[in-house]
Design a protein around this ligand. Structure first.
Ligand code: PMP
Length: 426
């Protein structure tokens, strides 16, 4: 009997979905291969329609810090599904997660749950504009904040501090509300603030930029960002959709010792279900409807299944000393990769922070901005990715996406995966 293949399924999908996918990075674009169609996911593994098993370092791009189908989370999800799916009314489940977060992370004085990271960011920007009476938002080149019109922008080709849309369908007037500055560059930031500081409602930053490779920022740069915000009366928004509950319980707020005005979360906070969250200073969050006049709403906001999955995930990580142990495990994995690659004479390098890693070409110094990424990154990655895939390792299918290690990746499995990746390297 003929067994269906990923290639056949992709051809079917291409007929009815743009690019055959529901989110662009899933498409294997530029990799000259149909994306793998999966049927099952458990722990650190994915299973394809061809019944091939892969060690998964994509982990749905970050929500699954415990891995797929964590038994404790699964049990809670089952219990919730047997209890209620959605209320559209007040319930106890979001209250419990909100209380856990606000007591554990005191800088989150008040919060609101939404259904995605994009929604969290969009809502936080609205609050910032309302609070300051200003329109402009400053973002950094190489940071991604979801597909919000305002933030799908790149640096403008003219004057520093201008922006042009990076997607069709975004009016120039909307892009013009955003100001773009390079990462790792205090002087450029000073110049932008000197010229437009009084118009900037907020600066939004991924404090650990992880959407264009892993662009670790110097603490002095992050300090400068906070300082300039304060001086100019602009709010500081940390977008912790990836880094929140990933680098540690307190995310980059704890790591940097900087308390932003607002923080956005997504991914891990919903334990694998669609949840986002924005929050921070109570006086700002009090501006949100119905207590204030910044309107923001959602039919499925604070969905109870996501609330339960999120809370169970976070409590389990806390109970296990999970962040500490997982970060150490990933550090060892990255070192095994580095040692093996060097021994092989490969030029590939590995950047790693907490349970995130990124494989890239040789550079003389740590990569902190997109300008420092080697020009051949796409080609380098393609060869590695396809060989690793054949050997049973699924990396996130794009040269600029980071790898995610989960609690379900044991030391032994990471050792095995490292050897596969090393053998796949040129
Ligand atoms: N902000 C950051 C930092 C992200 O990494 C992402 C998603 N990768 C988003 C916002 C958007 O989140 P979502 O895809 O859930 O809308």
């Amino acid at each position: 009997m003929h067994k269906v293949t990923s290639e056949e399924l992709f051809q079917r999908a291409l007929k009815i979905t743009p690019g055959g996918v529901h989110s662009p990075v899933r498409s294997f674009k530029g990799l000259d291969r149909a994306p793998v169609f999966f049927t099952k996911a458990e722990g650190a593994f994915l299973t394809s329609v061809e019944d091939k098993k892969y060690i998964d370092f994509c982990q749905s791009f970050g929500p699954l810090i415990l891995g797929h189908l964590d038994p404790e989370v699964k049990e809670e999800v089952h219990r919730m599904v047997d209890t209620a799916w959605t209320f559209g009314a007040t319930e106890v489940y979001s209250l419990e997660l909100a209380e856990w977060i606000t007591t554990t992370l005191p800088f989150m004085q008040k919060l609101r749950f939404v259904s995605s990271g994009t929604e969290a960011v969009m809502s936080a920007l609205r609050v910032a504009r309302a609070a300051t009476g200003r329109n402009k938002i400053l973002k950094f080149e190489g940071c991604y904040h979801g597909h919000v019109d305002n933030l799908l922008v790149k640096a403008g080709s003219g004057l520093a501090g201008t922006a042009a849309s990076s997607s069709a369908g975004i009016p120039a007037e909307v892009a013009a509300q955003t100001v773009v500055s390079p990462l790792d560059d205090e002087a450029a930031l000073e110049a932008v603030f000197a010229a437009q500081g009084k118009d900037i409602a907020a600066v939004i930053i991924e404090p650990l930029p992880a959407n264009y490779g892993l662009l670790v920022q110097r603490p002095e740069f992050l300090k400068k960002v906070a300082e300039l915000c304060k001086k100019n009366g602009s709010l500081l928004i940390y977008d912790e959709v990836i880094s929140g509950f990933r680098v540690g319980l307190g995310g980059m707020v704890a790591e940097t010792g900087i308390t932003p005005d607002l923080v956005t979360y997504g991914k891990i906070i919903g334990g694998g279900f669609p949840v986002g969250c924005y929050g921070g200073k109570a006086e700002l969050m009090n501006m949100v409807a119905p207590s204030g006049d910044v309107y923001q709403a959602g039919t499925l906001s604070a969905n109870p299944v996501g609330m339960r999955a999120g809370l169970t995930t976070l409590k389990k990580m806390q109970r296990l000393d999970g962040w500490n142990l997982l970060n150490k495990r990933t550090e060892k994995f990255a070192q095994t990769l580095r040692d093996g690659l060097a021994k092989k004479g490969s030029d590939l390098q590995v950047s790693q922070v907490a349970s995130l890693f990124w494989i890239h070409g040789k550079t003389p110094a740590p990569i902190r901005s997109i300008a420092q990424i080697p020009a051949n990154q796409g080609g380098t990655f393609k060869g590695l990715f396809l060989k690793a895939l054949d050997k049973g390792v699924y990396l996130a299918p794009n040269a600029y996406e980071v790898g995610f290690v989960s609690w379900a990746h044991s030391d032994e499995l990471l050792e095995e995966a490292a050897h596969i990746i090393i053998s796949a390297a040129e």
